[in-house]
Design a protein around this ligand. Structure first.
Ligand code: MTE
Ligand code: LUZ
Ligand code: MOS
Length: 759
């Protein structure tokens, strides 16, 4: 089944924010943002800008009718800087002008007097100053401190993993239009229409029912628009409120890169203890999360780092601590995996460290410690595990030993080109870790021509959720998918939505759609029963547009039945609600059952490093992946391929770089390298895990959005193996991404030392 959007995407007919036809009188906005990372805002001079051609109004903090606050979790984030600036790129003022060029031109004429304050960019420094976003969080299982005493081997070290720019193809943006009685309609490129609605209500002091938010689709979000779409929508709305005119703002790429937060960088200290059979007995880890200047989503991201700090392994004694550290950088935010991948990178580093010291392969330690059914995660949930199954099936199909042997042979025969191999198991919990967020609604209408319209809280951002929701309705009604249309995500049709995030959109909104369709279907069966002389509605079914009685076809078709129902005043609409059953979490004891289920998988990755130039290729990624039972293999394979490439990009080439003044140096695509067609793996092979087990996912089709990104972690460790094959005495630091520059420095670490020593 093709993605329902594929034709309009290919023809360029799909509608994104920037494709919405403009209303006459539309103003264009542009932000003046802080040129320094930390300081007291003494004054803002807008005089010259006000006199520029086409400028209608300049908005600063003092003009807001409502609150100057957009923090969703903690109230620590002003929309416009008021007394202080906390990061370079922090919005200070907003220009509204007749054209986009005029707005941008005028914004450059604004100046601000800022008295500099100390700039902190390192989370460890922030932690020492006790500048934390929230108090530290802990997960404790067993008694790690004691368990270390009985370990045969104990290794401790440090791991650092950098951030990642979302680089959605469509930049952030919004378009607000005044409606009657002081209300407004806001189009937003957001994963969270309700979050936008709430934020707009707050800054305009309007009730939420006066604000309609509408989202057709996004040109990518990847978490970057879970929370950080709010500010631009709020600015447009404020502009509309003050001028009574439509206001549009679609960010320039460099504005977007400079002003928005990214994946959280982490620094971590780990200690790992093993017994003589290489069983991991104890693990202690401290995470320093670089949160940026305000909370944004950092607290739940920090929590998910803890949730995934043991990845797919069972470790009986774990003490994990996490600090969310405030720095003078743009507030970091959700990014595919939501802190989980960072936690997983650290345990993989600890395992690689142990393997290196014990002179065994990391895969031997990984394999021996995979989590089994009934084993407890550090947060109390018991695993229903596919870790070993995916490992075994991947190994049987791809033959890890043979892959390693081929690489070893190659390395013996080649001096300046080396191969590296890594195995990468993953385990990712599906559900928002905040239990109340795991709910969704769906509104289904059957029209009298037999066609079906569905609205849910899910936002289409390229991941194919609309296709899956259309499939749900088409399956339940047994209609061709063309008879179903999934409409825009709109806060008037669907209220109080959770963002499309946590990979759970198809599960939550799909299940709500299932319930709505089943309810309508049952009504239709009741209408049909007497018409086809069936005793009860249980004897009736609808298949391929016809009514069946006890499995035998009748002459009654879908169209006639629908009209018959309407004629008899039976409702053809339903608004259904779904809440994931059986989940809970108590931070009081840091235990519970937060996830509906876990997604597992095992990948084997191979790389080739050019040891003269430090560049590398990822030769293959072969994975056995736990789909449950996929409801759309082409969409799901697309998610896996995209996720793997995005994960490899994060750990190998994408380098978010702020200088000591908190200035983003990697502020454009010329200085920030993302994977292109030449850097994707030469081969990606997916082996679906064969299981028939029931699971709580929609149609047993497990969530697929985020987990595959984490296969990419293996690319880091495969490159590390190749580097060690060349420079065998050297132990590269665990410091991702492994950019070609860093690879080169590690290949020639001895030469570098000698050069530094002046030899
Ligand atoms: N795929 C595409 N093409 N574009 C995106 O922005 N976001 C990812 C993932 N896959 C994304 C994507 C992220 S971060 C999440 S949480 C999920 O999609 C969200 O969608 P789902 O819940 O429908 O899987
Ligand atoms: N967003 C969120 C998420 O608010 N809570 C989560 O648990 C989560 N997990 C993954 C991605 N986004
Ligand atoms: Mo995805 S990080 O949950 O938007």
């Amino acid at each position: 089944m093709k993605n329902v959007d594929s034709k309009s995407h290919v023809r360029g007919e799909s509608i994104y924010l920037d494709d919405i036809p403009l209303l006459q009188g539309t103003l264009f906005a542009c932000v003046y943002d802080s040129p320094v990372a930390h300081g007291k805002l003494k004054s803002v001079d807008t005089t010259e800008a006000e006199n520029c051609d086409g400028v209608v109004r300049i908005v600063t903090a003092k003009d807001l009718v409502g609150e100057n606050e957009i923090g969703g979790i903690l109230p620590d984030e002003p929309l416009f800087a008021d007394e202080e600036v906390h990061f370079q790129g922090m919005p200070v003022a907003l220009v509204l002008a007749e054209t986009e060029e005029q707005a941008r031109h005028a914004a450059r004429k604004i100046t601000a007097e800022i008295e500099p304050l100390e700039i902190v960019t390192d989370p460890r420094v922030a932690c020492l100053k006790n500048d934390l976003i929230v108090p530290p969080k802990h997960f404790i299982l067993g008694d790690a401190a004691n368990a270390f005493k009985n370990c045969e081997y104990v290794f401790a070290g440090r791991a650092d993993v950098n951030g990642q720019e979302h680089l959605y193809i469509e930049t952030q943006g919004a378009y607000s239009i005044p409606t009657e009685q002081g209300g407004m309609k806001v189009y937003s490129s957001t994963q969270g229409p309700t979050a936008v609605q709430r934020c707009v209500a707050r800054v305009t002091a309007l009730p939420m029912h006066q604000i309609e938010v509408d989202v057709t689709r996004l040109g990518g979000g990847f978490g970057g628009k879970e929370d950080q779409a709010n500010a631009w929508a709020a600015m447009c709305a404020v502009g509309t409120q003050l001028t009574k005119r439509p206001v549009k703002y679609a960010l320039h790429r460099m504005e977007d890169m400079r002003m928005t937060g990214k994946r959280h960088p982490y620094s971590a200290d780990y200690k790992i203890g093993l017994d003589k059979d290489l069983k991991i007995v104890a693990y202690e880890v401290v995470f320093y999360q670089n949160a940026g200047a305000s909370a944004d989503l950092s607290p739940p991201v920090l929590e998910r780092t803890l949730f995934h700090c043991t990845n797919a392994y069972f470790i009986p004694n774990v003490t994990a601590t996490a600090y969310s550290c405030r720095t003078n950088l743009p507030p970091n935010t959700a990014f595919r995996g939501f802190g989980g991948p960072q936690g997983m990178f650290v345990i993989e580093s600890a395992i690689a460290h142990a393997a290196e010291k014990l002179n065994v392969s990391a895969s031997e330690i990984q394999r021996k410690n995979l989590i089994n059914n009934g084993d407890e995660f550090p947060y109390g949930q018991k695993a229903i595990s596919e870790a070993l199954t995916t490992w075994t099936q991947a190994d049987e199909k791809f033959d890890f030993a043979k892959i390693q042997k081929v690489a070893n042979e190659f390395n013996r025969n080649n001096k300046f080109v080396k191969k590296g191999v890594a195995v990468q198991p993953i385990c990712f919990g599906i559900s928002f870790t905040k239990t109340p967020m795991n709910q969704a609604r769906s509104l289904v209408h059957v029209y009298t021509d037999g066609s079906v319209a569905v609205s849910t809280g899910a936002v289409e951002m390229g991941q194919g959720v609309n296709t899956k929701i259309a499939q749900v309705a088409s399956t339940i009604f047994s209609l061709p998918i063309e008879r179903v249309k999934v409409h825009t995500t709109n806060t008037l049709r669907i209220a109080n939505t959770s963002p499309t995030a946590a990979s759970a959109a198809a599960d939550l909104n799909g299940k709500a759609t299932q319930i709505a369709c089943e309810t309508i279907l049952q009504r239709l069966k009741e209408v049909a029963a007497p018409l086809v002389e069936a005793e009860t509605s249980d004897d009736v079914s609808i298949e391929n547009g016809f009514v069946f009685r006890n499995g035998e076809s009748t002459n009654l078709d879908w169209l006639v039945l629908v009209n018959e129902a309407h004629f008899n005043r039976v409702s053809l609409s339903e608004h259904a609600h779904y809440a994931t059953p059986g989940i809970n979490f108590d931070w009081g004891i840091a235990k519970g059952h937060p996830f509906a289920y876990h997604v597992y998988g095992t990948a084997v990755l191979g790389v080739t490093v050019d040891c003269i130039r430090g560049i590398y290729t990822v030769d293959f990624v072969k994975a056995c992946h736990d789909f449950g039972s996929s409801m759309n293999t082409s969409v799901d394979y697309g998610q896996i391929e995209g996720g793997i490439v995005q994960g490899i990009g994060w750990l190998t080439m994408e380098e978010v770089f702020y200088d000591e003044n908190g200035k983003l140096r990697s502020n454009a695509l010329s200085t920030y390298k993302i994977p292109d067609i030449y850097s994707v793996p030469k081969e990606i092979e997916i082996l679906p895990l064969e299981t028939e087990k029931e699971n709580p996912a929609i149609f047993n089709s497990k969530a697929v959005g985020e987990p595959p990104l984490m296969y990419g972690i293996g690319a880091y460790f495969a490159i590390r193996e190749a580097v060690k094959a060349f420079n065998s005495e050297h132990s590269p630091a665990f410091d991702a991404p492994f950019t070609p520059e860093k690879v080169l420095l590690n290949l020639y670490s001895e030469t570098m030392k000698q050069m530094k020593a002046g030899k």
